[in-house]
Design a protein around this ligand. Sequence first.
Ligand code: AMP
Length: 278
Amino acid sequence: MTRIIRDIATLQSLVRGWQMQGQGVGVVPTMGALHDGHLSLARLARANEDRVIVTIFVNPTQFNDPGDLAKYPRTEQADAALLETVPVDVIFAPPPDQVYPPGFTSRVHVGGVSDPLEGAMRPGHFDGVATVVTKLFGMTRADRAYFGEKDWQQLQVVRRLVADLNLPVQIVGCDTVRETDGLAMSSRNARLSDAARAVAPVLYREMTRAAGAIAVGGDPGDALMAATDALHAAGFDQVEYLAVRDAASLGDPVPGQPRRLLAAAWLDGVRLIDNIPL
Ligand code: AMP
């Protein structure tokens, strides 16, 4: 059975021992309810590292909606069984008061890249992410940390954070894992009704279509409008954003620099996000 550690001191003494033997340590931060997307990060870490830690922590400070936090699936036993198949060395699953003990007051804010898109729709979300990620780096002292491109803006926020604060960790970005119909895997997909699950892949399909039209010289505004109309016609309730941005800063596209198409849309009471390169 994979060892589950819940306290910081035990984890740190274990990691110190590994590093004194010259072993490389990778960490995969997650909120649990693991699926193949998470496992692909763990498998890449397993291939690259001597030691792999997967953290499971549903971080309250990154939820701007208390209902979403309460509904977030918690499936630790099933998660541990899945991680056994990778396998990983340690699951670090601290209780909230280990991470946020009484008296905790600090907040990490990453300027600029945190502000638009997800940052605008979910105020405070990236402060919660940046704070917990900084703490997870401090708690695990891993050499490398693995993050999914599924949460593209989060990946850019974390890269900015590490560069700005000279944190001694290397960030590894990992491809988005999709269902066979194109839907990006997400713990939230389980909340979709069967009917909505059948509609959900339209998000990726329309994003791909818009990206194709833009790539061959089509007007981005027209392509995004057509995709938005198609999503509404398919049954999406609300398209929060569908935007072409500079891939690194998430600001307006810069000529000659990589661009990214990013979207967030509501279907059947579930908020889906996705992104693809342009
Ligand atoms: P979460 O548990 O949702 O916080 O996700 C933990 C990590 O897994 C984050 O770095 C996510 O970007 C990554 N992740 C989630 N879904 C996928 C996916 N479908 N493909 C690749 N990585 C993913």
